[in-house]
Design a binder for this molecule. Structure first.
Ligand SMILES: [Zn+2]
Length: 527
């Protein structure tokens, strides 16, 4: 007697092979049999006729560590079929928890900020409270730097030892590896030598090194070379996070082709390096990311005053030509507020709209918002139009790219909805299927699902996940591709993906006939 029997489904099993009709039998959280199981008996039978049965999707680039405490039921991502999210990306992880760190990219939590916890203690806390989906952790280099008290280029040996100990502790606690975020503070003030030194620890634990690399415009090839040097010198597995080029930021022509060649060359030499791409023309980013280092390296308690000072502002207008360089080019209409804690009523508005509302020019609005959030300017998140359709197509279809969201699991209700009011967080993963597979035929359904299941599972070593095979963990989603709906409405952004019928984690249903059961079979997947 099985626990669950999925009958008559069309399996897209995560390998990339063509779909086929088969049944799946599940017991004790695992897949026990795949095939024609006419005589099998089961407590629960799900009729999947006319539907796709796939491994639960794995988002290898998520910032859900920021929202998981407020949103333990993974409301927006479970409804897209996502069963595992790799968190702690772009150099920022919500754990180890310390008042000294920013607490993750975007810093949204209704939980107390003045706590101190190791990654292991935080994992235990989350599991005790209960989670609907799995998360696996990277520990952030910016987080380690912040806790060690390193802000500039220089560090003492004591401070380095502190980072080294924290990283080892996190790896012992079950982190998959370390992420860096070298366009953001304080990581952008680190030199390549520091990362080369620190990532040596990862080799001892067979950990992965992921990087939001230092530059993706004029110096993108140097930035990728810096990353590949770390991988090759320390013999690590590596992931170049979101290897893309933002539109109109002065990158050399064919930069992305060059980057792909460099990654392929490293693979040809035996290094396990891959990369990933996000689904939309839009993406999230750090508001402070465009600020020059002469400002961000100033003492924290002076940041607010400096940002209000007219002379400093005058200088800043010339010196903010970095990161999202289209802002320096005056393309404010591409930029909107996602989340700032100090003036929440402007969240969701574009910069031209804020400028009109406040009757000021966009630069002054920009500095006013940052000043209001000082000293915690690193927590403010923007959304922007970043990528052309052609760029989405060339990256998403490339075999070296897995498919990721780079957003947060969120809810349509409560404070969290107001802080994450952008469609990406509600539809991102499913958009690959509705837009890029169903509408544009950028890639096949089989290939898309491989890129969001077995590819991340194997690269990030998530154990027996990401395939529909005997003895694999029964993380499974079931849906009708024709009926999947991914509402994209900038005026009404907080809308869930519709049409996902069943999602189970380790054989426990979380979504049943489209209804969220609020069961909590999720775990922190330890290395
Ligand atoms: Zn990033």
């Amino acid at each position: 007697m099985y626990d669950i029997l999925i009958r008559n489904g069309t399996l897209v099993d995560g390998t990339g092979n063509p779909r086929r009709k088969a049944d799946i039998a599940i017991k004790d959280g695992k897949i026990m049999a795949v095939g024609q199981l006419n005589k099998a008996e089961s407590v629960r039978v799900i009729d999947a006729a006319g539907k796709i049965v796939a491994p639960g999707f794995i988002d290898a680039h998520s910032h859900t560590d920021v929202t998981v405490e407020s949103n333990p039921f993974f409301e927006s991502t479970i409804r897209q079929g996502i069963t595992t999210e790799v968190v702690g990306n772009c150099g920022d992880s919500a754990a180890p928890v310390s008042p000294l760190s920013r607490g993750g990219f975007g810093k949204f939590s209704e939980s107390p900020m003045n706590r101190e916890m190791t990654l292991g203690q935080y994992m235990d806390l989350l599991e005790k409270k209960g989670m609907s989906a799995n998360i696996a952790w990277l520990v952030g280099h910016n987080t380690l730097r912040s806790i060690a008290g390193i802000r500039g280029l220089e560090y003492t040996e004591d401070q380095f030892r502190r980072m080294d100990i924290l990283l080892r502790q996190a790896m012992n606690d079950g982190a998959l590896g370390m992420s860096s975020g070298l366009e953001f503070d304080p990581g952008r003030m680190s030199d390549p030598e520091e990362l080369l030194r620190l990532t040596k620890v990862l080799k001892e634990y067979d950990g992965i090194y992921t990087s939001h690399i230092r530059n993706r415009d004029t110096k993108v090839l140097d930035a990728l070379a810096e990353f590949l040097n770390v991988i090759q010198t320390n013999k690590l597995r590596g992931e170049v996070s979101h290897m893309n080029i933002r539109h109109n930021t002065h990158a050399p022509e064919y930069a992305v082709d060059q980057c792909i060649k460099m990654i392929q060359h490293a693979r040809d030499n035996g290094f396990d390096v891959l990369t990933d791409m996000t689904p939309l023309n839009y993406g999230i980013g750090s508001m402070a990311g465009i600020l020059p280092m002469w400002l961000t390296s100033a003492p924290k308690e002076q940041l607010g005053q400096l940002l209000l000072d007219p002379l400093t502002r005058k200088k800043l207008r010339n010196d903010c030509d970095r990161y999202w360089r289209f802002i320096a080019g005056g393309e404010w209409d591409r930029v909107r507020m996602q989340n700032n804690m100090a003036i929440p009523e402007i969240n969701g508005l574009t910069f031209p709209a804020i400028a009109k509302l406040w009757n000021k020019d966009p630069w002054d609005c920009y500095f006013d918002i940052l000043a209001a959030n000082a000293p915690d300017i690193g927590s403010v998140v923007l959304v922007s139009y970043l990528f052309t359709d052609a760029h989405l197509r060339e990256t998403i279809s490339n075999p070296l790219y897995m498919l990721v969201v780079d957003g947060y699991s969120t809810s349509i209700e409560g404070a969290i909805a107001k802080a994450t009011g952008f469609p990406l967080h509600y539809i991102g993963m499913a958009w690959f299927l509705t837009k890029h597979v169903r509408e544009l035929h950028t890639l096949s359904l089989e290939e898309a699902i491989r890129k969001m299941t077995s590819m991340p599972a194997q690269h990030f070593r998530l154990g027996k996940r990401g395939l529909l095979l005997d003895d694999y963990v029964a993380d499974i989603c079931i849906f009708d591709l024709e009926k999947l709906e991914t509402p994209f409405d900038l005026q009404n952004p907080c809308q869930y993906t519709k049409g996902m019928d069943y999602v189970m984690i380790a054989g426990t249903l979380v979504l049943d006939e489209g209804k969220h059961l609020h069961t909590t079979p999720g775990k922190c997947l330890r290395r």
